[in-house]
Design a protein around this ligand. Structure first.
Ligand code: HC1
Ligand code: SF4
Length: 579
């Protein structure tokens, strides 16, 4: 080990450890902006982490960036000396000068890492205020789901790293020189060659408001406030366990009742649950899978993750026939809300608008797919990310923490099984499907409904499940994160992998850490475990743990759809993909 002093405190460091890392282990705070420990990203570009080395045998006194300067035996470091503080402040001032300073109009206002460091260094004026520099940089609004505002970019390149190293997409590059150096889509001159799949992982790590979803809060409010419109809100399995944090509740708090109450308070007419539709998806997808297994067609890929669909369509169009044709729960809910619900509740179908709250930005792409609407009208009218929903509640003056929780009251489309609840975490769709398929094949329920082999956090997990009857043992796998997905797809194409059924979630951890979730500053995916534990507990506490036992789902088939994969069900609940 190496001995050194930081702020007059004796510290022990590992060989080659950086000053920043050693300081952190000794609970000494140094401001950082570009650096992100969770993804091992220390490009040293923001220069906010400067500290003063007051003594070193090798180089003497100097100011250095602590994120990429290694410790040395006998070194003395000051992070809060006047010189260090002045230099940190100057760096932040320079960053601000090169950044659009219209903070109040920014999607990250009040939740921004640049604002945090500006406060930390005590920035009270900016001598280099010159917004013209930043204003000339591009705002890319070409995507349905996200906006890349390069006027707010500080060139930390976290987005470039996450897309390249973790998602394996490599859609982002640095382009231009000097003040006009920005992050751009690879081949940005040719929109047709866009390889971004809207997974939103780059948004989760962006420290400022440079990357964000396309904000549709006003569109939602327009519908909610229109007395002629019946607004239906649905919210995703993961939202209820990944939303309370925004309002100061512990990670993983189940705020289902709070979300329902908040929706009613802002004037939503009908609150439904995406979980209900997840049960319907299992009925459709399970039946489809069983049919394919009987025909010997394999593997079948799940199709509820829209960034995965974007990925398959753009990167591996030859595998599209392997994808389940069942629409995602979001789309199933919207379709049923506009067909079945009007029959049951005497509402004019053409007056219904569906707003969904999703931990995902690719769901905005999904909602806009032409094949998921009728006569040019989207089935899902507005998709709000979890972040947008939080901003909407703040705009309406609602504090989730103080609201009295409520419960679902719709008798047709709000009940859900434990199988639906676990859709929100990776492996959940697979587990839910196995529970129902086993029952269909054997006429009895599985003894042990929890498929614990699929519940780790490794990128690819697999299990062999005995479905009994003529089907017998099947090999199933689940993969999350697009880097591992690419590897698995390559193995399927080369014949190296012989799975029967594969669940894919584009975001590491699945929807509990989707690209539309709340952003955790200076961290990447730290809350997934707490959120998924709550989801598993919801499943354990739910009376009904299999989709086919959901009474409202049974009523839907009895009164409306006839049977899973019936002609009507096929027409309403299935889709196709296009390369
Ligand atoms: Fe998901 Fe899904 S689980 S895709 O991860 O199949 O977003 O939560 O809503 O549609 O149900 C997301 C979550 C979500 C769909 C469901
Ligand atoms: Fe890459 Fe996903 Fe961001 Fe697109 S949304 S640039 S694929 S990380």
């Amino acid at each position: 080990t190496i001995k050194l002093q930081i702020n007059n405190k004796q510290c022990m460091a590992f060989p080659n450890e950086t000053i920043l890392s050693c300081a952190r282990r000794h609970d000494i705070y140094i401001p950082t902006l570009c650096e992100l420990d969770d993804i091992d990203h220390t490009p040293g570009t923001c220069r906010v982490c400067v500290v003063e080395i007051t003594h070193s045998k090798h180089n003497g006194a100097q100011i250095v960036t602590s994120c990429n300067t290694p410790v040395r035996e006998g070194m003395t470091v000051q992070t809060r000396s006047k010189k260090a503080r002045d230099m940190q402040k100057l760096q932040v001032e320079l960053l601000m000068a090169d950044h659009l300073q219209d903070c109040a109009t920014c999607i990250r206002h009040g939740d921004c890492e640049l604002q945090d460091v500006a406060q930390y260094v005590g920035l009270t004026e900016n001598r280099f205020f010159d917004r013209l520099l930043a204003e000339s940089r591009p705002v890319d609004e070409a995507s349905t789901s996200m906006i890349r505002d390069m006027r707010r970019c500080i060139r930390c390149q976290r987005c470039v790293a996450i897309c390249r190293d973790h998602q394996g997409i490599d859609a982002l590059v640095m382009e231009g020189t000097g003040n006009n150096r920005v992050v751009a889509l690879r081949d940005s001159t040719d929109p047709m060659s866009n390889i971004c799949v809207s997974c939103g992982q780059c948004v989760l790590v962006c420290p400022t408001g440079a990357l964000g979803e396309r904000d549709e809060i006003d569109k939602a409010l327009d519908y909610i406030c229109d007395p002629d419109i019946t607004t239906v809100v649905q919210f995703a399995p993961a939202v209820r366990v990944a939303f309370g944090e925004e309002f100061g509740m512990p990670a993983g708090t189940n705020v289902e009742g709070h979300v329902i109450a908040a929706c009613r308070k802002i004037g939503v007419d009908i609150v439904l649950d995406t979980n209900f539709a997840a049960d319907v998806v299992i009925m459709e997808e399970g039946t489809e899978l069983l049919g394919r297994l009987k025909e010997g067609r394999k593997p079948t890929f799940t199709s509820c993750c829209p960034a995965w669909i974007n990925f398959a369509e753009t990167h591996y169009p030859d595998i599209l026939p392997l994808l389940s044709s069942t629409k995602s729960p979001q789309q199933v809910l919207s379709t049923i809300a506009k067909t079945y619900l009007p029959e049951k509740q005497d509402i004019a179908a053409d007056k219904i608008r569906v707003i969904s709250i999703m931990p995902c930005i690719a769901k905005k792409d999904e909602a806009a797919r032409p094949q998921l609407g009728e006569a040019g009208k989207q089935d899902t009218d507005v998709v709000l990310t979890t972040r947008e929903f939080a901003r909407l509640l703040r705009r309406e003056g609602i504090d989730l923490k103080t609201i009295k929780p409520s419960s679902f009251d719709n008798p047709y489309m709000s009940e859900y099984s434990g199988a639906a609840a676990i859709f929100g975490t990776t492996g959940g769709v697979m587990e839910a499907a196995v529970r129902t398929i086993y029952s269909v094949v054997n006429g009895k329920e599985l003894d042990k409904v929890e498929l614990t082999q699929l519940r780790g956090f490794e990128g690819v997990r697999e299990a062999t499940v005995d479905l009994g009857g003529p089907i017998g043992a099947v090999k199933v796998a689940m993969v999350h994160g697009l880097g591992d997905t690419r590897k698995l797809v390559e193995m399927v194409r080369s014949g190296e992998a012989d799975y029967d059924f594969i669940e894919v979630m584009a975001c590491p951890g699945g929807c509990v850490d989707g690209g539309g979730s709340l952003r955790s500053k200076k961290a990447y995916l730290p809350l997934a475990m707490a959120r998924r534990e709550t989801i598993y507990n919801v499943d354990r506490k739910t009376n009904v743990r299999q989709s086919h036992k959901n009474m409202q789902v049974q009523a839907l088939y009895r009164d409306f759809l006839q049977a899973p994969n019936s002609e009507k069900a096929h027409h309403l609940l299935h889709t196709h993909y296009e390369d």
